[in-house]
Design a protein around this ligand. Structure first.
Ligand SMILES: [Fe+2]
Length: 385
């Protein structure tokens, strides 16, 4: 099965013409309506979606990846100048070996994995993820919120989870800019805003496809704690087939988006349990569903499970990069889009009538993130870590 590529252009053209119809549930153009239904159906069946956004070119993706490659290949002692462990790594760099995949500490997940057919089982991580990450906040934050404590990091970062009781004012966390990168702020902001715009278009189309008002999701995303969080994995050191860069997990946010990586390796699990290697065509963006969209649709669309592993396609790309004298850092241009911390997560519209709606009780998005992290904290403390 291949993921379809959805071209956002016709939808963007239409919405530029009729931006006032915020509450509309159905489009008068049957082709666009069908396209929206394809978006929601694909998200529900696969937990992922490939899109082409005319506002975001392959050159934009290259500019961002070029800068991040240049950054990640600097020596560790340089990168550690951008480390902010006292701010729970919410801004700046997170070194390799800090993020821990849930499957490593959660015995319940480990049991489920063993029950999966062999060919669909994820790779077993041997320890924390060997990848670096850079955190850059994108978009405005609310001036007044119940959730000023920065609990936004949904990747399992045990160090941070253990520090949850410490209070950090996210609003005061200054962005971190590495020295010698004058283009840093512009490149990060420009990529971040482009990614959010693409997510907003997809979120509107998905809402229409699900039979909800088109702003059902986007109205909840305003001032959300969106985070641009590219990763860097050193394939020179960790390029052996089978190396796990991101162990099997789901994302806690609403939707995650990335541009095309120069090295393949992402596997996703479809709703039917099948494992699939994702191939992102040049110039396309990949979107994945997180736990917050699962909540808002009462499980009609579930959070997509995924992992990043060195496969034979990755090693082929490594050989080609070596021949062409290119960087061997695998950069992901990831942005995590969130529901605003003070907004309530609950099944929307007709999803409130779902027989399993009670599995998704109303909860503030900020509290939801805290709760998920608390569960992991408990499991992490019981586990071998
Ligand atoms: Fe993820």
């Amino acid at each position: 099965m291949e993921l379809p590529v959805i071209d956002l252009a016709p939808y963007l053209e239409k919405s530029a013409k009729c931006s006032r119809e915020v509450g509309e549930k159905k489009l008068d153009d049957p082709n666009l309506q069908k396209l929206c239904e394809e978006v929601s159906r694909t998200l529900a069946q696969t937990g992922a979606l490939l899109v082409k956004d005319p506002r975001c070119s392959a050159q934009d993706n290259d500019r961002f990846i070029d800068m991040m490659e240049k950054y990640f290949q600097r020596p560790p002692q340089f990168k550690r100048l951008q480390e902010r462990p006292h701010l729970h790594y919410q801004v700046g760099v997170t070194p390799e070996g800090v993020e821990v995949p849930r499957s490593l500490v959660d015995e319940e997940i480990q049991g489920k994995l063993r029950a999966m057919p062999k060919e669909f089982q994820p790779s077993t991580p041997m320890g924390p993820d060997p990848k670096w990450r850079y955190m850059w906040r994108v978009g405005p934050r609310p001036s007044n919120t119940r959730f000023q404590v920065s609990h936004l990091h949904f990747i399992l970062n045990i160090k941070m989870v253990l520090l949850l009781s410490l209070t950090v004012m996210e609003l005061n966390a200054e962005p971190v800019i590495p020295e010698g990168f004058p283009e840093w702020k512009d490149t990060m902001d420009s990529w971040g805003y482009k990614m959010i715009s693409a997510i907003e278009a997809v979120a509107e189309m998905a809402a229409i496809g699900f039979g909800l008002p088109k702003d059902a999701f986007t109205s909840l995303m305003k001032q959300g704690p969106h985070l641009l969080a590219p990763t860097g994995s050193d394939l020179q050191r960790y390029g052996q087939e089978g190396t796990v860069f991101a162990g099997y997990h789901y994302d806690l946010n609403f939707l995650t988006i990335h541009g095309r990586s120069r090295f393949p390796g992402l596997n996703i699990w479809l709703r039917n349990g099948q494992k699939m290697e994702v191939k992102v065509p040049i110039g396309c963006l990949l979107i994945q569903t997180g736990k917050q969209i699962e909540w808002l649709t009462a499980g009609d669309c579930i959070a997509g499970m995924h992992e990043v592993v060195v496969t034979n396609r990755t090693t082929d790309a490594i050989k080609l990069a070596l021949q062409q004298d290119r960087s061997l850092w695998r950069v992901s241009s990831t942005l995590f889009a969130h529901i605003a911390s003070d907004a309530v997560l609950k099944p929307l519209g007709h999803f409130a009538g779902s027989p399993i709606a009670s599995n998704y009780p109303p909860i503030c998005a900020g509290e939801f993130v805290e709760q998920e992290l608390a569960v992991i904290n408990l499991k992490g403390n019981k586990g071998e870590l």
